[in-house]
Design a binder for this molecule. Sequence first.
Ligand code: AMP
Length: 113
Amino acid sequence: MSTLFTKIINKEIPADIVYEDDICLAFRDINPQAPVHLLIIPKKEIVSIDTLTDDDKDILGHIMVTTAKIAKQEGLDENGYRVVTNIGVNGGQSVFHLHFHLLGGRKLTWPPG
Ligand code: AMP
């Protein structure tokens, strides 16, 4: 089922897009939890990593490599950053289109709540 992220991919609703190619899109989170808070999503409608299939290996590899490039672009590589994906209700997922949060620009605490 489509979510609002499909509308962002299709440019039906606005987003602050920082990177786009055929496979993925990266945009700024509307409710940032750190000075830099981006979401990196596949253009393919995938619910979460829990629903990945073997066919998605290339997409996921591409997203991880791209995430690291975007982190560098944002100047996060020197001091470090966090990449996290929430899965399902207990994982805290609220949008059911796979997305990786890229968080940085401050010292992040651990463990998460
Ligand atoms: P999660 O809770 O892991 O599913 O993350 C969903 C994220 O999407 C949250 O951090 C929201 O702030 C973010 N979000 C929801 N709607 C939008 C939007 N229209 N543009 C950008 N980020 C959004």
